[in-house]
Design a protein around this ligand. Structure first.
Ligand code: ATR
Length: 281
């Protein structure tokens, strides 16, 4: 009589440093319970020095993949065997798959999460209806700019306090990107149909977003990647101008969908209960 091979419980998680405040374990844990999947998703504090070694060990321990967060999102590109086109152009990855052939597959789903959040929360949003205006040119902005261009926005205007970072986005993403001086940020929103804050301004404990938004078109869809607080002063000002506003929590929820589906075999739905579960964590 042969004993059947034990079925392995799939493991996934998020690696970063610091990791204690990540909302991803609450999100994936909620979906695992909701879909009755015998899997686990855990936060893992991994330093830069240990990153390569950790990635070698995780598949041997039963991990099918993981998310990667600050400060490893860029470094992971150099460690992966297969990098998706979008992760390569964004220059960072957040979702890893440990393939059965031993290869490390790296993708970036931040831009997709940004798009799917807008599509779900502002269904009338038409990316091609006019230019987009993006505040900030950091890591998060790269995913957002990729997404806007991929969705068919005709022009992306970017203003960043440190102008060379915006110039580098133009160099990487091409002529549809226009660099605007940070001091001209107020006029950048004129005629823009999509307006995004990707800076940390307005986040709890950070400086305020002080650029006036009087020139906003009320037809614009306005979103912030900051989600603490859910309604940032930036979004409040946009609401007062009559715009449709979309908060940043949905981007976090939607970026997690492709990873969960690949690791655990079920495409999870982002809905009000999902939001509530993450907010309660
Ligand atoms: P992330 O990966 O979250 O985008 P980041 O790469 O550190 O993090 O980028 C943070 C963004 O917020 C940048 O656009 C940054 O502007 P700089 O490139 O000039 O640093 C912007 N930011 C942070 N604090 C700011 C402030 N006080 N005023 C204006 N912009 C600020």
């Amino acid at each position: 009589m042969t004993t059947p091979a034990p079925t392995r419980i799939p493991l996934a998680g998020v690696i970063g440093s610091p990791i204690a405040h990540s909302r991803s374990p609450a999100l994936h844990g909620f979906w695992l319970r909701r879909y009755g999947i015998a899997g686990h998703y855990i936060p893992m504090e991994v330093s830069q020095a240990d990153l390569a070694e950790a990635l070698r060990m995780l598949p041997r321990l039963g991990f099918v993949g993981c998310n990667v967060t600050i400060p490893h999102k860029e470094a992971i590109i150099g460690l992966a065997d297969i990098v998706t086109d979008r992760a390569a152009v964004i220059g960072a990855a957040n979702t890893l798959i440990f393939r059965k052939d031993g290869k490390l597959h790296a993708d970036n789903t931040d831009g997709l999460g940004f798009l799917n959040n807008l599509r779900q929360e502002a269904p009338h949003w038409v990316p091609s209806s006019g230019p987009a205006a993006v505040f900030g040119a950091g890591g998060a902005a790269r995913g957002v700019v990729w997404a806007l261009l991929d969705a068919g926005v005709p022009e992306v205007r970017i203003a960043n306090r440190t102008r060379p970072r915006a110039e580098s986005l133009r160099a990487d993403f091409g002529a549809r990107v226009q660099v605007v001086d940070w001091t001209q940020g107020a006029s950048m929103v004129e005629g823009a149909m999509t307006v995004v804050n990707t800076t940390s301004l307005g986040m709890v404990g950070k400086s305020e977003f002080r650029i006036p938004l009087d020139a906003l078109d009320p037809r614009a869809v306005v979103t912030d990647i900051v989600y603490t607080p859910l309604e940032t002063p930036f979004l409040r000002a946009a609401k007062e101008a009559g715009c449709t506003t979309v908060d940043g929590l949905g981007m976090l929820l939607h970026q997690a969908v492709p990873g969960f589906e690949r690791w655990f075999g079920v495409r999870p739905v982002v809905d009000a209960e999902t939001r509530a579960a993450v907010l309660a964590a």
